[in-house]
Design a protein around this ligand. Structure first.
Ligand code: BGC
Length: 830
């Protein structure tokens, strides 16, 4: 329900509530739910992460989700239609899981390649991020589910994210960091999440930026929700335009806010406005019905109390059409960085194919942190390639030397529940005397939300581990507080592990793991029991990990080289691990972990036609890139990544992706790298110059420019037509003629950049249009340039201005390859 629709009825409902009842609605009822008010017909609303899938009502591996490609892959699509369809898939998943609000998209920017949450952000460019984010929002919300633009604003890196105060010029804030949020509001986003960080001295949950420009200038009429646990000061955030505190039921508002209103420190009107917005959101999500008719979200395993017995909004699970869409998205987001005449491979000419690298069998399909979901299935590169090649081709898979991947939590492949004998583990919650209060069979050694009842004292995870190899295994337990691990009743690890951070992504999602080597014998099962005491403030997460003995790297490298020699096509898959790309911390460097670079060097030395597939969410250094036959980026491609990759490798689909972020050859070249605050402040001294704008300004050449990506054909840029003088504040269209000069049909993303007014070093992406053409065919791409591409923020007048005069229009295939130019003239107003 938008606009005035139903406003009068909701106003009447608001009038029925006491101050206490109003304030009660403004803090979550639980970690993932808002509070119901049956007398109003308001049911609970469920909020769920996002963005690469909809996790659902709790962290529960028995409730899997469709896993989409991560955000940086969506940023590589440059295809709003496809992104909108993917948004529709998120909405369908949300409905299936009884979720009303999806906590996506993340609209922060790739300010530096070191950002730990890079994979969860769409791009380095405000225009591409705004357009892609808006498409996702439209797709999600067309399905009757609310989207959330997060994290408002300038949460672009993770170091000290709970406390960092970001300082930047008003121009950078308006032109770069706020711009994608403005686009989200224009797209009608219903929820905006205020970040943990501060901007210019005010923490975002109490920032004046929530009122202005968000609610006043842009007219945002939805709900501003806090990031989880981001509200530390109750009254300032209540006075500012924050509407909803999450999670609950505890929080800084509650009775303290009631008193603050009664004593005149927070206006009553402010509380009314927040409730009004919440009711508007509820109406839009179908959470506001007749009084006492509060049927709500679906009952799913592990759902929070209160969900029992309700009817799922949609009972049908994911189907083949959904998987086909994800496969298409994985292929379409794959970026072909370089190809020396190797791709596509022709399966008919292959007899032996070597698939090398640990990521081929154990890819990273998503990034770490709150975005994580339990995928309903994962097609690995190895699976995809095997299926595509069929039985006639011999496939050699060699994992190669170890990566720096941390040990994985226990899975059903490795252990059984000692009580039931079923694959998985036994989760028990014990009281102080060690008596079980709860016991259930689970599928993973990673338990983030065990069911806790009064008296809960210890979480216990027990498993019968069946080692496949003899040698020193590494067993670990993750979490905070008092923890222990026993193996066949023998204590192997014990200690009190203090919390050194309050970051929820660390405490509740990825706590540090302490480990110990334990010698195990292949085929001889051992009983592993991990226990963690639940002291206040230590979080709920308990994780049990097990890693087999490390392979002999030299031997593994030699095996890879041998396989490469034997094969007539070599595909190496390398990538980052949770050590590198994860919420809650930034990266220290851009290197591939372990000895992966060495592996690529060794294999390309044997076969210079080797195809290297890079499985990372953000830039990594590719020191061997000039020696590879072809280099493909698959990002974190989601559950169907393996089939999408095979489609590209064997030419069933053209790799459609274009870089959403500039790819440095080496970290040292990148113009903006600082993520570490000084005295609590992180100064964006580069102003609006990040990404390709910074590279161009500093006249530096990256390894690959923003917008770069090859297909299986070639293109000539043959003509650029710009309109006669244009009026300031009006959008306009330029026409770019391109010709497919290669042997295959293809898709090209025609990009248009605008240089700043004469004398300005600025050059920004102004618009883009994907086109398709048959071999030899010439097409004209209309590229719409929005009025905002011409405006700049005037810091003296605190207002947007469009300077009259000439502007250079540049067209081409990336920020570094712009063969066509013309001049457009902006008329003087009046
Ligand atoms: C993240 C948010 C997320 C929230 C709930 C926070 O730590 O920053 O992006 O939506 O947790 O999981």
């Amino acid at each position: 329900m938008r606009g005035t629709d139903g406003e009068a009825e909701r106003e009447a409902l608001l009038g029925k509530l006491t101050l206490h009842e109003k304030v009660r609605l403004l803090t979550g009822a639980t970690t993932w739910r808002t509070r119901a008010e049956p007398a109003l017909g308001l049911r609970e609303m469920v909020l769920s992460d996002g963005p690469a899938g909809v996790r659902g009502q709790s962290w529960d591996e028995r409730d899997p989700a469709l896993l989409l490609p991560s955000a940086s892959a969506l940023g590589a699509l440059w295809d709003e239609e496809l992104v909108e369809r993917l948004g529709g898939l998120l909405a369908a998943e949300a409905r299936r899981k009884g979720v009303d609000v999806v906590l996506a998209p993340t609209l922060n920017l790739h300010r530096t390649p070191l950002g730990g949450r890079h994979f969860e952000c769409l791009s380095e460019d405000p225009e591409l991020t705004g357009r892609t984010g808006a498409a996702l929002i439209r797709g999600i919300q067309a399905g009757g589910v609310a989207a959330t633009a997060k994290h408002y604003v300038a949460n672009d890196s993770e170091t000290d994210r709970l406390t960092v105060d970001v300082r930047m010029s008003e121009r950078a804030l308006r032109e770069v960091y706020l711009a994608p949020f403005e686009a989200a509001v224009e797209a009608g986003v219903r929820v905006v999440m205020a970040g943990y960080n501060g901007v210019d001295g005010a923490t975002m949950t109490a920032s004046p930026l929530l009122e202005h420009p968000l609610k006043s200038e842009w007219g945002f009429d939805g709900v501003v929700v806090s990031d989880w646990g981001a509200v530390r000061a109750g009254e300032p955030s209540a006075r500012a335009a924050l509407d909803l505190v999450m999670p609950g039921p505890e929080g800084a508002w509650g009775e303290a806010l009631v008193r603050a209103v009664e004593e005149g420190r927070v206006p009553r009107a402010a509380v009314d406005d927040k409730v009004r917005r919440l009711l508007r959101l509820a109406a839009a999500c179908g959470a506001l019905g007749e009084p006492d008719d509060v049927a709500g979200p679906a009952a799913v395993p592990g759902a929070e109390p209160g969900a029992e017995g309700r009817t799922p909004a949609s009972a049908t699970g994911p189907d083949e059409a959904d998987r086909a869409l994800l496969r298409r998205a994985a292929a379409a987001s794959t970026v072909l960085l370089a190809d020396r005449g190797v791709l596509p491979l022709d399966p008919a000419r292959l007899r032996t194919v070597a698939v090398i690298g640990a990521h081929a069998g154990l890819p990273r399909v998503q990034g770490g942190g709150s975005a994580g979901v339990f995928p309903e299935r994962v097609v690995t590169p190895l699976d995809g390639i095997t299926a595509a090649l069929g039985d006639g081709v011999r496939l050699l898979h060699v994992p190669g030397p170890s990566t720096d991947a941390p040990a994985a939590p226990l899975t059903t492949a490795l252990c059984t529940d000692p009580d039931s004998g079923r694959p998985g583990v036994r989760l028990r919650v014990l009281d102080r005397a060690g008596r079980p209060l709860h016991s259930e069979h689970r599928l993973s050694g990673r338990q983030l939300e065990p069911p806790l009842s009064p008296g809960a004292h210890t979480v216990e995870i027990a498993a019968l581990l069946l080692p496949g190899t003899s040698g020193p295994w590494t067993l670990g337990v993750g979490g905070f507080g008092r923890m222990s691990v026993t193996v066949d009743e023998r204590l192997v690890l014990e200690g009190e592990f203090d919390k050194d951070t309050d970051d929820p992504a660390v405490v509740h999602v990825n706590p540090p793991v302490r480990d110990v080597p334990v010698h195990l014998t292949a085929g001889r099962a051992v009983r592993v029991v991990a226990r963690r005491e639940l002291a206040p403030g230590t979080g709920r997460a308990t994780v049990v990990t097990a890693a087999p003995p490390r392979p002999d790297d030299a031997k593994a490298l030699a095996e890879a080289v041998r396989a490469a020699r034997e094969a007539d096509a070599v595909i190496v898959v390398v990538g980052t691990t949770e050590h590198g790309e994860c919420e809650g911390r930034d990266r220290d460097d851009l290197r591939l972990g372990g000895r992966q670079d060495e592996l690529v060097h060794a294999v390309t030395a044997v076969d210079p036609r080797t195809v290297v597939v890079v499985n990372s969410g953000g830039p990594v250094e590719l020191p061997w890139r000039a020696r590879a036959g072809a280099v493909l980026l698959t990002w974190f491609p989601g559950q169907e990544g393996g089939t999408g990759l095979a489609d590209v490798l064997f030419g069933r689909t053209e790799p459609g992706g274009r870089l959403p972020t500039t790819w440095p050859a080496a970290l040292a070249d990148a113009p903006v790298t600082r993520t570490r605050p000084e005295d609590g402040h992180l100064d964006y001294t580069e102003g609006p110059y990040i990404g390709h704008r910074a590279w161009a300004r500093h006249d530096r050449a990256p390894a690959y420019w923003f917008g770069h990506g090859l297909g299986f054909t070639t293109w000539a840029y043959e003509g650029l037509t710009v309109p006669a003088p244009i009026a300031p504040g009006e959008p306009f269209t330029v026409w770019v003629e391109v010709r497919n000069t290669g042997p295959r049909p293809g898709r090209e993303v025609v990009q248009v950049y605008l240089a700043g007014h004469p004398g300005s070093p600025d050059r920004r992406l102004a618009g883009y249009t994907p086109v398709s053409a048959a071999p030899g065919e010439r097409v004209t791409a209309p590229v719409r340039i929005p009025a905002r591409a011409l405006r700049h923020w005037d810091e003296d007048e605190h207002a947007w201005h469009t300077r009259p005069g000439p502007r250079r229009v540049l067209a081409g295939r990336s920020a570094g390859d712009l063969p066509l130019s013309a001049t457009v003239v902006v008329r003087t107003p009046g």
